[in-house]
Ligand binder design. Structure first.
Ligand SMILES: [Zn+2]
Length: 434
């Protein structure tokens, strides 16, 4: 559908009328709104300036962009963020509080497993399925977990396998658009594991990351060409985003827990994770009457040591009882979050001691206030205005945006119902004119 010839009319009234026509016919291919969400893992905001990215640029110029990037949730890790995008919930509420964690109460370990008990909230594919709509996921973290009416049907939700070429992922998604109209999925969610891999291995400033960015842009181009070939590029809502950014970290910027020994000795088996989030679950033993008091003492002693000027890089780590963490992190209201959390400075590492040293590489997971942790957000399609820039926002807002486009009743979530007005045009609830 050639929308440009409609909106380029020189007559204001006709322009408005034709805008209505564009919106009204925005569902021609399937008689319904369709959303294709594409996530590029670890696509740090700014990567799009590393090299020519003509396809991402096209989405930006013809769509709506978060001008200074998409703000991830804390911790800025892959699983918590993909599931926040899908549910509109902060990790404390959707349960995936880190990629890997130990439940402080039960001692059970979560390590990206698919047991539904870990995965709280209602992700978009479940919302869609529960309301009789068709959703398709391609490697989106959490989508293989059976939930509600969603059973991760074979063919609509392939088993996670990073060896599947990116081209095959794109082509499979596109093939669903060739189905009979009433079988075309309403919602498709596609995942690429780059440029995260290159960013981890080489750090964000390495030329191999630039290559990974070019490769991802190429895949976006493949998707755009597939949509254009089917004459539905202006009808499908394409949302391009990432889960978090990436920053360099090096051995010389490390804080060693054993360096705090003059103030407080912390056994390695109390530490569930070192960095970028320090997670401490003290095991005081049954003879300690007031573990909460002991935890507070431990935090005070650690911070005393770290601010003493005598611990190497100590000024880059601050330790909190979880309930005292800054409210903006929304990271306390879950029994899965360990009692003590250390906020590690941007690009710093934490280790127990000086063994197993290694060179520089890249990582993420740090405070979401750091610009380096931001990713991208671009929306293209009938409900996204062309060439519009919006201020940065947290990715928990996206659930409501997609629900609004698809005309789904959203489950309760941490996003704002009003946010959709900031980012979507107002042509009816489901893309058609009312
Ligand atoms: Zn990663």
């Amino acid at each position: 559908m050639a929308t440009t010839k409609h909106v380029s009319s020189p007559k204001p009234f006709l322009t408005f009328l034709n805008l209505l026509i564009v919106a009204a016919t925005a569902t021609t291919a399937s008689n319904k709104p369709v959303v294709l969400m594409i996530s590029c893992d670890g696509f740090r905001f700014g990567y799009q300036f590393k090299t020519d990215t003509p396809n991402i640029d096209l989405l930006i110029s013809e769509g709506t962009e978060a001008k200074l990037g998409l703000i991830p949730v804390f911790p800025t890790m892959t699983f918590p963020n993909h599931y926040s995008i899908a549910t509109g919930l902060y990790p404390a509420y959707h349960g995936i509080i880190m990629n890997k964690f130990t439940d402080p109460i039960t001692g059970e370990v979560f390590n990206k497993g698919l047991d539904p008990k870990w995965w709280l909230g209602e992700p978009l594919w479940v919302t869609a399925a529960n309301q009789g709509r068709k959703a398709l996921t391609y490697f989106w973290p959490g989508s293989e977990v059976p939930k509600g009416s969603w059973t991760c049907p074979k063919g609509l939700c392939p088993h996670f396998n990073l060896s599947v070429p990116f081209e095959e992922r794109v082509d499979t998604i596109l093939s669903y658009l060739d189905l009979p109209k009433d079988e075309i999925p309403d919602l498709m969610m596609l995942y690429f594991d780059e440029p995260d891999g290159a960013g981890h291995n080489y750090g964000p400033d390495d030329p191999r990351v630039t290559n990974a960015v070019a490769r991802v842009d190429n895949m976006i181009g493949r998707a755009i060409q597939g949509l254009k070939k089917r004459e539905i590029f202006d009808e499908v809502h394409v949302i391009l985003l990432g889960d978090h950014g990436m920053v360099t970290n090096c051995d010389k910027k490390t804080i060693y827990i054993d360096d705090l020994a003059d103030w407080i000795k912390i056994p390695a088996d109390w530490i569930n994770a070192y960095s970028p989030v320090l997670a401490i679950n003290p095991r005081w033993g049954k003879y300690v009457e007031n573990p909460a008091e002991k935890n507070a003492e431990l935090v005070a002693k650690m911070n005393e040591a770290l601010s003493s000027g005598k611990v190497e890089n100590g000024e880059f780590l601050q330790v909190y009882l979880k309930e005292k963490l800054p409210k903006r992190l929304h990271y306390s209201d879950s029994s899965r979050i360990p009692p003590i959390v250390g906020m590690v400075g941007e690009g710093l590492l934490v280790r127990q001691n000086r063994t197993n040293a290694h060179e520089c590489y890249g990582d993420h997971g740090y405070d979401n206030k750091y610009f380096s942790m931001r990713s991208i957000f671009i929306g293209h399609g009938p409900r996204f205005r062309r060439g519009k820039k919006v201020p940065s926002f947290e990715n928990v807002q996206i659930y409501n945006v997609v629900a609004e486009i698809l005309g789904l009743l959203p489950a309760s979530n941490n996003g704002s119902a009003l946010f959709t007005n900031n980012i979507l045009s107002q042509f009816g609830k489901t893309g058609e004119v009312k």
